[in-house]
Design a binder for this molecule. Structure first.
Ligand SMILES: [Zn+2]
Length: 238
């Protein structure tokens, strides 16, 4: 049975606390790139939505220009027919041209309705783009601020981590090599927790009972005892 002093046990407990705190910070820091990427992805999605909105607007404007051009063409055709009307010789010819003029005007009227509907849609799309752009700018500012907050927090965390690592190294120096190796081995096999308290004969690592004799021996604090179930180093608080 290895001998261990109360001081060494306390050093191990402190070491374990520092290591657990450092690990917690490392997990937070490791998650930071994903948090920033999520913020940026949200912004990119917003940007894409605006691009799609602008594309819709451009399509509508194109449709409007096409309608407008058609109206102009039809107006020219009507004008031409009306000139022809003045020169016709027969009533039949007159009726034919007049019918053509009516047809063209009918088509023009339909296109004009389409143009009005198109203008309304352009108006709505322009408003949507303007609104979205304003919201985007607000979102962009928010994301920038959030990133600054994340970075500042990360700097503080890194500083705290460095302090913990310095404290850990200083504790390691005071721990016997043999005990340190044992601690590292148990830690590697016991999900990071190598030293656990025993309360009322129960190991706080695995929550199993330890033999009463071992419990009594632990109170003598001179021998290193490990849990028969989870194999962690045990200690009692006197
Ligand atoms: Zn145990």
């Amino acid at each position: 049975m290895d001998k261990i002093t109360r001081e060494q046990i306390e050093l191990l407990i402190a070491l374990q606390e520092k290591e657990a705190a450092a690990l917690k910070i490392e997990v937070v820091l490791d998650g930071l790139p994903a948090k920033i990427a999520a913020l940026e992805a949200g912004l990119k999605e917003f940007e894409d939505a605006i691009t799609r909105e602008k594309e819709t607007l451009a399509e509508l404007k194109k449709a409007y220009r096409s309608c407008d051009a058609e109206i102009q063409t039809n107006q020219a055709r009507v004008k031409k027919r009306e000139e022809q009307l003045r020169a016709v010789k027969t009533n039949k010819e007159y009726q034919v041209i007049l019918k053509e003029v009516e047809e063209i005007k009918k088509i023009s009227s339909r296109i004009e309705d389409e143009t009005i509907a198109c203008l309304e849609k352009i108006d709505a799309a322009e408003n949507a783009v303007t609104e979205k752009q304003a919201a985007y700018l607000a979102e962009e500012t928010e994301v920038k601020q959030q990133k600054v907050i994340f970075m500042t927090e990360a700097d503080q965390q890194r500083q705290a981590l460095n302090e913990l690592l310095v404290q850990r190294d200083s504790l390691c120096e005071k721990i016997d090599d043999k005990i340190m190796r044992l601690y590292q081995n148990i830690k590697a096999n016991a999900r990071g927790i190598a030293v656990v308290q025993v309360k009322n004969c129960i190991c706080m690592g695995c929550h199993m009972n330890i033999p009463p004799q071992m419990y009594n021996e632990l109170h003598r604090e001179n021998e290193l005892r490990t849990c028969p179930h989870c194999h962690r180093m045990l200690y009692v608080v006197q």
